[in-house]
Design a protein around this ligand. Sequence first.
Ligand code: ZN
Length: 513
Amino acid sequence: MTTAYEQFAAHIAELSDILNAISILKWDARTQMPPGGAETRGYQLATLSKLSQEHFISDKTARLLDAVEAEIQGEDPDSYRVRAVQQTRQYYDILRRLPLDLVGRKAALEPVSEGVWAEAKKNSDFKSFMPYLQQQVDLARWQADAIGYEDHPFDALVFEYEPSMTAAKLKALFEGLKTGIIPLLRAIVAHDRPLEKNLWAHEYPLDRQRAFGLEMAQKIGYDMKRGRLDIAPHPFEISFTRQDVRITTRYSLHYFPMALYGTLHETGHALYEQGVDPSLTRTPLTIDFLGKYPVGGTSYGVHESQSRLWENVVGRSRRFWDCHFDRFREIFPEQSADVTPEFMFRAVNRVAPSLIRVEADEVTYNLHIMLRVELELGLLDGSIKVEDLPEIWNVKMKEYLDIAVPDDAHGVLQDIHWSGGGFGSFPGYTVGNVMSLQFLEAARRDTPGLDDSLAGGDYMPLLGWLTENIYRHGRAYSGEELLVRTSGQPLSVEPYLKYLREKFTDLYQLPEG
Ligand code: ZN
């Protein structure tokens, strides 16, 4: 006699298998597949997606949910079992509420709209993209209405990426960040002077870049028995259960930080996925029911908090280069002749306002995100019209970064997100930055000697704390719950602003205060 929970778990485990098979096909398409495979791969993915939807949005799921909810009545609301059932119910209800007509129109519009966007970007021709963006905005508002919200349509859409976030919370967060970051940026620009040497004039053979990056990834804890590193033009991490967590990076012959920090960033995501409790494999707590990444981690923001913690706070620190410069020199002896660890630290932390988000440094990055989210909020609540986007974009770039946008290709057309209807995904990057320092402060408080171990190049105490307090829980707790459980505070900008101020005041020798 099986329990209702066992029957429910077996049903969801099959869904997990289908979703992981879809992910493997996607990984293959982005790293290994010859171009000729694209068309038939499209059919394979469409068929498996249809199967996963039929499996989940079914009367069987409804019956199993009713039975298991009755069975777990009265159990600890924070237990994995209860959380697994609650989340399944929550996503089941959301997916049931989405009209089939809406789902069909979104799916049909996405490839067309992305194609038009790519062409419009090439020609810097916003007008040709406008009608498609308008349709995406209309569908997004329809989706928000179908899901339901109290305050702002954005709240219904951001749920998919950051369940504990709302438009109101984001606006408050951004005000706090801008007040800290904009004056810091102005001071950096005023005190900037060129570096004495150009490290990127050398060539760094790609096989040696790969070896150094992978060695550093393993130093911070990436388990290669359950991982691998490949090349992709847009680096990503992807997992098919905690047992198989893969990363990618891209290489530049001269600018080695691209591959190294790409690898460390994706390793941060991978550590999260590899650290999930084995008991959560093939359960609702490692499934993204809405079919987007991440899988094992709880949200975009918490995932980015980990990639950014390992890439920036650890990997771009002075002590990282103090610890690992000798190894770098062994691998690149000619390139690093008459270079010091201190110089490396300065070279990989240059700050400069720039047009393109994906190339932005630690200080300016959040301003790029805030600009986009503010425009999204306006598009969704109707206070900004699609046709006015380029002008508002350019005004905000001047206000935040003090630079002029030469054309829409380098402005409003640069990101793919809106063409695919991905409203609500941008905040994760900035939320992640802010969370990363709250988590680190909590780890410091709980772990005496944490900074000494980091200074000695021993990352296991930090990884151990993160695994115990964040990674192992999978999707059981929201970002906000994890923050409160570990730091005692909801999302708060102070630790992050303090980190930026201290790091860059030191780096750029800014006047204190
Ligand atoms: Zn990332």
